[in-house]
Design a protein around this ligand. Structure first.
Ligand code: CA
Length: 228
């Protein structure tokens, strides 16, 4: 049996147990760490399929943990926060979480976010053969790396997913709303303007790597598409 493995990092035992119970019922295996100090090791050694990470932790807070994980891993991360206002600030920091859930939460809701993120992680981001990248773009989902014309791109996780989504369907026009759904597990918390700013940053990075190409094109009034 190949049960997905979820790592819960949470200092409140009651919350951790509740999550573990619901995850188990949903068919997931989980373990629990009560502080932020040993997370890196656990992720390196046992490669969880997803991490549920509390923001306020003893030892090292969720923010630092998240940044540290993103140095070496693309594991999907759901951040638990105590206040809804906190989420806006965290989004602005771009530290690399994939989704945010505000406490108090319904465990059922968390499980459905877990399911959505795992589906996305296993789904449309197909790694390509490094010797034959289409349009000169090489995406390595395992290592969260992208190269354009052999040149490494320094992308945030959101930019990476945005790029992978557009690139997977050349020529198809994606509306902002549908891009939001693809790049965030819960897109209700972000506005369509957010997509524009991510696209702007992504384009700047693509242009730096290949100035003569216009790979992400705007379609006026609708959205964006991949083209070459
Ligand atoms: Ca806490």
């Amino acid at each position: 049996m190949n049960q997905p493995y979820i790592l819960i990092v949470e200092d409140e035992e009651k919350i951790a147990r509740l999550l573990a119970d619901y995850l188990q019922q949903a068919g997931y295996r989980s373990t629990w760490l009560a502080d932020g100090l040993s997370v890196d090791n656990e992720v390196r050694q046992h490669k969880p399929d997803l991490v549920i990470l509390d923001l306020m932790l003893p030892g090292r807070d969720g923010l630092e943990v998240c940044r540290a994980l993103r140095q070496f891993s693309a594991v999907p991360i759901i951040m638990l926060t105590a206040r809804v206002e906190e989420i806006d600030r965290l989004l602005g920091l771009e530290m690399g979480a994939d989704d945010y859930v505000c406490k108090p939460f319904s465990p059922r809701e968390v499980v459905s976010r877990v399911r959505a993120l795992l589906r996305r992680a296993n789904g449309h981001l197909l790694a390509e053969h490094p010797d034959h990248p289409r349009d000169g773009l090489y995406l390595d989902e395992e290592r969260f790396q992208a190269k354009l014309d052999g040149q490494a791109l320094d992308l945030t996780p959101v930019e990476f997913r945005l790029l992978a989504t557009l690139h997977a369907h050349p020529g198809r026009v994606f509306g902002r709303e549908s891009l939001l759904q693809k790049i965030y597990a819960d897109h209700r918390i972000v506005s369509e303007r957010t997509v524009d700013s991510h696209v702007k940053n992504l384009r700047r990075k693509l242009i730096e790597a290949a100035p003569e190409r216009d790979l992400v094109q705007s379609v006026y009034g609708i959205g964006y598409r991949w083209g070459d």
